[in-house]
Design a protein around this ligand. Structure first.
Ligand code: CP
Length: 312
């Protein structure tokens, strides 16, 4: 099966079509089945991958390292402050050296251009573990979760409330590809990445899905099958910016009253970490509609699908 993707980078849904995303989702669901019945799956025995995290992580790092261990892959964690890049060594030199040592690079960093540049200098695959533009490993786990909880994706509506950055961009693309409507509720003046927005609109034409941005939270919630919460600000924002976003996003807090405006069978999703009392209440996080821990578990199964697909 692996020949389909072998050696390719996994940088964002912008580079993948619907069939390719579906392929990785199916692989991930199969790994989840194997995990559930304790069927060994050490298909990548002997591989050694580097894991470079330039930002904090609980789910992505541990999901990746656990997934790698189950596949027989050794991971070497690279601390950015210990690398010579921290003292000015060019990325293009670092990338080509890492490429000589490792079977692949998993990286969480700031700008998408950093991940893209690593990929351009490395022959081995690079997996994007989050940039300011995209969070595609999260996207695979989210699609898995929606399929598990709702069955068919086509025709569903997802209400997204929170910062319209990386997770929003990734979600727009998969909603467009899989025929889901997405209504992004956020304050005036905030908007997803323009290029990804235009790409999502193009892709949505093929499936008939509607991707919209609105300041009207009630409109976004109406008829939603999924209410997706996201933090009001991003890692790296200053306290001044955080305070500003708290005020701007206050009307978009996901409460039980807000959930009641969605479909009666709606589920609540959040990529986590969540800030209880800010973008979402504690009550919603803990309510029966909340699927956040199943979603979080799927991060690990998704990592296996992605690794197995791209590994050489
Ligand atoms: N959702 C997510 O990426 O979580 P972490 O920041 O903990 O990796």
């Amino acid at each position: 099966m692996r020949h389909y993707f072998r050696g390719r980078d996994f940088l964002g849904f912008k580079d993948l079509n619907r069939e390719e995303i579906q392929y990785i989702v199916d692989l991930s669901l199969e790994f989840k089945r194997k995990w559930t019945v304790r069927e060994p799956h050490r298909y990548l025995e002997g591989q050694v991958w580097a894991a470079l995290f330039e930002k904090n992580s609980t789910r992505t790092r541990n999901a990746f390292q656990r997934a790698a261990a189950d596949l027989g892959v050794t991971t070497i964690y690279l601390r950015p402050d210990e690398l010579q890049t921290n003292r000015g060594e060019p990325l293009k030199d670092t990338a080509r050296i890492l490429d000589r040592y490792f079977d692949g690079l998993f990286i969480r960093t700031f700008g998408q251009e950093i991940v893209d540049e690593y990929a351009s200098w490395m022959k081995h695959p690079v997996i994007n573990g989050l940039t300011s533009l995209a969070h595609p490993t999260q996207g695979i786990a989210d699609i898995m979760t929606i399929i598990e909880k709702k069955g068919e994706m086509r025709g569903l509506k997802l209400c997204y409330a929170g910062n319209p950055y990386n997770v929003c961009n990734t979600t727009m693309l998969f909603c467009a590809d899989f025929g889901m409507d997405m209504s992004i509720a956020c304050p005036e003046g905030m908007f997803p990445d323009q290029a990804i927005w235009e790409m999502a609109q193009e892709r949505a034409k093929k499936t008939g899905s509607k991707i919209t941005v609105t300041q009207d939270f009630d409109e976004a919630l109406r008829g939603s099958d999924i209410v997706y919460g996201m933090t009001q600000y991003a890692m790296g924002h200053s306290q001044e910016e955080i305070d500003k976003y708290h005020k701007m996003f206050a009307p978009y807090q996901i409460t039980m009253d807000a959930m009641a405006k969605a479909d009666s069978e709606a589920i609540f999703m959040h990529c986590l970490p969540a800030h209880r009392g800010e973008e979402v209440t504690d009550e919603v996080m803990e309510c029966p509609q909340s699927v956040i821990f199943d979603e979080g578990e799927n991060r690990m199964h998704a990592m296996k699908g992605i690794l197995a697909a791209v590994a050489l």
